[in-house]
Design a protein around this ligand. Sequence first.
Ligand code: HEM
Length: 163
Amino acid sequence: MTDEPAIDPASMYEQMGGHAAFVRLVDVFYAGVAGDDVLRPMYPEEDLGPAKERLTGFLEQYWGGPTAYSRERGHPRLRMRHMPFHVDPEARDRWLLHMRAGVDALALPPLLEATLWDYLERAAHAMVNTFEPRGIGPQSGGRDDAAAAASLPLTIRRAPDAP
Ligand code: HEM
């Protein structure tokens, strides 16, 4: 038994349909966010366009596509970047609900869909940073940088020198 993924993750980006597919995924997701009374107030900008671009770029890079995200934003440090937001189980479930609509819109072959969804579910669970009622916590800077840096991996690709 190994923990190797069942399909070559480096080619996921192409297999999923490349840029057009990621744009579609994120468009459908943000259409849901735009009408969500828990999530929408969390997004600082009036226009969701820049947030869309960041998420699209991150997901493309993660799945083996272009790496513009890191050039523009540096290391994702996603847990740390989410610390200012109240990501409780309800926010997570709503995030996943809208992401599920995006995934469904892609109509991917079952193995690709399961691989993508498994990642999104695990990532969303990892992003939860509070179980307090809204209005209490989370505190920015409440965790040290080392813990934040040990966040989600930058890409599914293995580093060339990884054991
Ligand atoms: C679990 C519920 C989640 C909530 C409520 C949430 C909410 C947010 C909010 C409010 C922002 C700021 C918008 C912006 O300015 O870009 C953001 C940014 C972002 N989120 Fe999430 N998020 C969640 C989960 C995730 C997950 C699971 C991922 C990755 C798989 C993710 C990836 C990102 C990325 C890449 C950014 C932009 C980071 C940057 O470069 O500044 N989020 N999220």
